[in-house]
Design a protein around this ligand. Structure first.
Ligand code: COA
Length: 438
């Protein structure tokens, strides 16, 4: 047993080396989480450009974009042209010295590079090869997929939006970041199994599968439809018939407790002056008192949940008359005192400024040599004995020399040859540029 106090005995994944061959959002989300838990994440990037997101949605000219910096904390970057002979030789050395290869290239790209599962497994039987793809095996397995494609193909879009409107995608990146999260769990599980078997394995997360997993309750409702209308959906109370598939349910709560978004004081000018309000059965009587309708507690039209279902519109209109007299925070305070669950609609501005999120490290300020200070979302998973420190993302190729010498133990002459071949491109000098002795 460690004698050190909580939070001072290293990181959960200390000693795990990740060959990070990811780009854009899904794969980088996964490897960033692993890095936060202490894994040594070595990001392999194409010389010259690197991860395409470095240059996407740039706000500060010439500096890595927030898109990149917010998804690649705590990693090291090496530039390598995987299509060159020397580059592949370096990559193979990385395969031999790492525990996990993570990639989210288009289907077949890794094989085309020559890094088939068989080849990787022969080079390093302990290596875990983890991939994000758009679809699993089947008719669409060769397709390239981005976030919104996955949201549509995984059932989210068909169940998001209002009943009489078009399907909507959600702001939460459930296709990319959601699948990255799934992949991280797969990797940690495979590492755990490797402790027993000594063998690596493949981990595959298809974005369609990840989104569908997050839409589990909608597949639940699909099957409930066979036994009658979904009575907790607002459309039931409005007399709108159900079709063959789970419909879009607006802001209805997914858990069987009626809920909607209601206006609060200031809604006329503030687009986020709203609150999510749930008429949860156990607190119904408290709600009646709060909104000034105490007689609803015993009235046959309102006292019991089934009686309320056809009258939800009227009920929520009455509750909204009350919420519109208060700010969303005052509504929350009043409700929380009575254990009535409500959710103020918090803007990104409010979240960025929320002191408690800064204190827990969920929102962090990070300094970066070329872009200066910026806000990021820190590790949302808190381990008491493996505390996360958020470090800035690497510059392109910043650690090329360090990785070639210290991790891969190439000699100075070998490093010079690799560089002369153009396999690493023109890498900027790393802050600590020492090359280990031969
Ligand atoms: N050196 C040399 N070549 C490299 C390289 C390196 N370091 N890194 C990547 N490449 C090459 C690949 O080998 C591939 O070449 P090939 O097509 O000749 O085989 C090429 O770069 C492009 O890779 P690809 O993954 O196809 O990029 P893309 O920009 O065309 O597609 C995605 C992007 C995201 C659509 C695609 O990667 C994809 O579908 N990924 C899986 C699903 C996914 O993660 N989607 C969400 C992303 S957030």
């Amino acid at each position: 047993m460690s004698k050190k106090p909580w939070g001072e005995d290293g990181k959960a994944l200390d000693g795990v080396k990740i060959l990070d061959f990811t780009h854009v959002q899904s794969g980088p989300t996964c490897t960033q989480l692993l890095a936060w838990f202490g894994a040594d994440v070595i990001k392999v990037e194409r010389p010259g450009t690197g991860d395409i997101t470095r240059g996407q949605l740039q706000d500060v000219p010439g500096a890595d974009s927030l898109y990149f910096t917010m998804l690649n904390h705590n990693k090291r970057s090496i530039t390598l042209d995987s299509k060159s002979k020397q580059g592949m030789a370096v990559l193979e050395r990385l395969v031999k010295s790492c525990d996990v290869l993570v990639e989210n290239f288009a289907p077949g790209a890794l094989d085309r590079m020559g890094l088939t599962w068989e080849h990787i497994h022969a080079l390093n039987p302990r290596m875990i090869v983890a991939s994000v793809k758009g679809f699993g095996p089947g008719p669409y397995e060769d397709c390239k997929v981005y976030e919104n494609v996955a949201q549509c193909a995984g059932g989210s879009a068909s169940t998001t939006g209002f009943h009489d409107g078009i399907p909507l995608v959600t702001g939460a990146q459930i296709g990319d970041s959601g699948t990255g999260l799934h992949l991280a769990l797969g990797i940690v599980s495979a590492l755990y199994q490797r402790n027993r078997t000594g063998r690596g394995q493949r981990v595959l997360c298809a974005m369609q599968d990840g989104v569908l997993n997050l839409c589990r309750v909608k597949l639940r409702d699909q099957q409930r439809l066979a036994h009658g209308p979904l009575k907790e959906y607002t459309q039931y109370g409005q007399g709108i018939p159900f079709g063959e598939a789970t419909p879009r349910a607006g802001n209805d709560s997914g858990g069987g407790q009626p809920g909607v978004i209601l206006k609060c004081k200031g809604w006329e000018t503030d687009p986020n002056a709203y609150i999510y309000f749930i008429t949860q059965a156990p607190v119904w009587e408290k709600i009646c008192d709060l909104i000034g309708e105490p007689e609803w507690k015993t009235h046959p039209d309102f006292a019991k949940p089934p009686a309320r279902l056809p009258r939800l519109k009227q009920i929520f209109e009455r509750i909204e008359q009350w919420t519109m007299t208060l700010s969303k925070f005052d509504v929350m305070n009043a409700c929380n005192e009575l254990d009535i669950p409500v959710g103020p609609i918090l803007s990104m501005k409010e979240l960025a400024e929320e002191p408690s999120l800064r204190q827990t490290g969920t929102v962090v300020e990070v300094d970066h040599p070329t872009r200066g200070k910026y806000l990021s979302v820190g590790n949302p998973i808190k381990l008491s004995d493996s505390v996360t420190e958020v470090a800035r993302s690497p510059l392109l190729g910043e650690h090329t020399d360090e990785i070639l010498s210290k991790v891969l133990k190439f000699t100075p002459r070998q490093i010079a040859e690799i560089k002369a071949s153009g396999a690493t491109g023109e890498a900027p000098k790393a802050p600590e540029n020492a090359i280990a002795a031969e």
